[in-house]
Design a binder for this molecule. Structure first.
Ligand SMILES: NC(=O)N[C@@H](CC(=O)O)C(=O)O
Ligand SMILES: [Zn+2]
Ligand SMILES: [Zn+2]
Length: 345
């Protein structure tokens, strides 16, 4: 029986680090487990320019505890008015690693997002030309589309036509939640990949709704039926390099989640690797964990893999009920549970 697992240091290809006091509190959790992370730009106001991204990167680095090596990879929040020249320059200068498409109104702080991809056609064309990755929150927002169908309809109405129009565009279909998304990504060329969160590998929609309404299991895209969870587990553990790690750790204060209109987002950063590894063990795929966590993401982004390694040991890891981020109290994913592996650094 395997007692420990040593792999190249992983990266997180989708995380929310927030700003201010929350940033001060959560940065260490991501920096402890990951060498690099694609940092989401959905602050309020959003990070829409290279100058704003540079300043945000400095605030992140200042929030990482002394002695922890961590490289934030910045993203540009696309709006209907994004200036292609600013992104091109930001990418050339190494400020932006990727740009992020939030359909307006789809999720937390997406009000300034894109109302129609036709409005950013010029930006996307330029990105295809320079090989810059587009990260996509893939849900339509029309009121007539059921929330459980919003990802599948996005593929049909937005993503498939977009890739037919710009076949060279590099796209990460983020935090996928459906079998439809798995099939779609499998059927595309090497320029299309997907990230998968720990929560969508662990829970289906029952976790949110059975035996009481559970706001800490609520994130967007919302967890779907069991058959979708099973398709995601298969994809993540398959060894297909199109699927890689992106936690979508999205902290919201406990009161903001436990509310009549609770925020979407699951804070999974403190035990992200333990959470993913539980799935790989259950799927009898421990030997494929390194590819998913540490190799396929860098390969897709055209970045080197990390030189050093980390180790997880097979021993109990008790997840606390609460994680404090300064004055802000956060309920972590798996709160109160015991996971079977422990990250030892
Ligand atoms: N995933 C979430 O439920 N929430 C994210 C936004 C996002 O990634 O869609 C957040 O910023 O809170
Ligand atoms: Zn999202
Ligand atoms: Zn996210």
């Amino acid at each position: 029986m395997t007692q420990s697992l040593t792999i190249r240091r992983p990266d997180d290809w989708h995380v929310h680090l927030r700003d201010g006091e929350m940033l001060e509190g959560v940065a260490e959790h991501t920096a402890r487990q990951f060498a690099r992370a694609i940092v989401m730009p959905n602050l309020s106001p959003p990070v829409t320019t290279a100058d704003a991204a540079r300043a945000y990167r400095e605030r992140i680095l200042a929030a990482v505890p002394e002695g922890m090596a961590f490289e934030p990879l910045m993203t540009c929040y696309l709006t209907d008015k994004t200036d292609p020249a600013d992104i091109r320059r930001g990418f050339a200068e190494g400020v932006f690693t990727a740009a992020k498409l939030y359909p307006a109104g789809a999720t937390t702080n997406s009000d300034s997002g894109v109302t129609d991809v036709a409005n950013i056609r010029g930006v996307l064309e330029m990105m295809a030309e320079i090989g810059m990755v587009l990260c996509v929150h893939g849900e339509v927002t029309s009121a007539d589309i059921d929330i459980f169908d919003r990802e599948a309809v996005f593929i049909e109405r937005v993503l498939a036509p977009l890739l037919a129009d710009l076949p060279a565009l590099k796209v990460v279909f983020e935090h996928i939640t459906t079998e439809d998304a798995v099939r779609f990504v499998e059927g595309q060329g090497d320029n299309v990949a997907a990230t998968i969160t720990p929560q969508h590998l662990h829970i289906n929609r029952n976790a949110m709704l059975v035996g009481g309404i559970r706001p800490h299991a609520y994130c967007l895209p919302v967890a779907k039926r069991e058959k979708h969870r099973l398709a995601l587990r298969k994809a993540a553990t398959s060894g297909n390099p199109k699927f890689f790690l992106g936690t979508d750790s999205a902290p919201h204060a406990r009161e903001a989640k436990e509310s009549a209109c609770g925020c979407a987002g699951i804070f999974n950063a403190p035990y992200a690797l333990e959470s993913y590894l539980a799935v790989f063990e259950e799927e009898d795929a421990l030997e494929r964990f390194e590819g998913f966590a540490s190799l396929y993401g860098p390969a897709f982004y055209g970045l080197p893999v990390n030189a050093n390694t980390i180790t997880l040991e097979k021993r109990d890891c008790a997840v606390p009920d609460i994680v404090d981020a300064g004055e802000v109290r956060l309920v972590p994913f798996h709160a109160g549970e015991t996971l079977g592996w422990t990250y030892t650094g």
